[in-house]
Write a protein that binds this ligand. Structure first.
Ligand SMILES: *Cc1c(COP(=O)(O)O)cnc(C)c1O
Length: 226
């Protein structure tokens, strides 16, 4: 990816984000996380020179490698993938800015225990499976509030800052919108419990997600396209 292309990709996304966020309100700020899982370190650094600072990966090994290769750049790293128990310590050692995919109370307990042993904390989002899909992890929308409260009280080393969800996996925009609305409703109920981020929206659906109230989008393919 050339720098010119990176700037063009970023401009396109920002223009679309701008339109969608103003539909909500002039005060609605949206964070853009560049998901670099299909991209090489060189393309991440190109996007950095175009102005992007926050990047995300879905595999611990990739996060570690790219983090090391780009350690001289002041990047913010997010983790958005499924976290296996045997990789918890690796993630902790990478000091991510935000972990989006805390997907069960059981994982929270394990993560908290290992954080506590290292005397560290981690900022996390609770992943909600709002479309109730078999293929996805995450807590169900009916359990989300109570699991969030349980983690908040029982896991002092986890700093819960909101929710994350992946839109329904369908071309039917109505169903995707429905899943975003469910997540947003849960997010609103958690605001007085410290929730500040509602992470939803990817390349195919981020404008819709923002219009439904998302304030953090995770875009990969549309930012790194050639
Ligand atoms: C890959 C991925 C994204 C980005 O997907 P694109 O469609 O490439 O924008 C966002 N969130 C998660 C959890 C992902 O795994």
């Amino acid at each position: 990816m050339t720098k010119k292309q990176a700037i063009q990709n970023l401009d396109e996304i920002i223009t679309k984000v701008e339109g969608a966020r103003l539909y909500v309100s002039a005060h609605h700020i949206v964070h853009i996380i560049a998901i670099s899982k299909y991209s090489k370190a060189i393309d991440i650094s190109t996007l950095y020179t175009a102005g992007q600072r926050a990047f995300g990966e879905n595999k611990i090994q990739d996060l570690k490698l790219k983090n090391e290769k780009l350690e001289d750049l002041p990047l913010q790293w997010h983790f958005v993938g499924r976290l296996q128990s045997n990789k918890i310590n690796n993630l902790i050692d990478l000091n991510p800015s935000l972990m989006h995919s805390l997907d069960s109370f059981n994982l929270a307990i394990q993560l908290n225990k290992k954080l506590s042993a290292k005397n560290k904390t981690m900022k996390c989002l609770l992943q909600i499976n709002s479309a109730n899909e078999q293929s996805k992890t995450g807590v169900s929308s009916s359990e989300a509030i109570s699991v969030y409260e349980q983690i908040s009280t029982k896991c002092p080393n986890i700093q819960l800052l909101g929710v994350m969800s992946i839109g329904a996996n369908t071309n039917d925009k109505k169903l995707v919108k429905e899943s975003f609305k469910i997540t947003k409703k849960i997010f609103d109920k958690l605001k007085d419990k410290g929730a500040i981020y509602c992470s939803m929206g990817m390349s195919s659906d981020f404008e819709l997600a923002i219009k439904c109230g998302s304030n953090m989008i995770r875009v990969g393919s549309s930012l790194f396209k050639n």
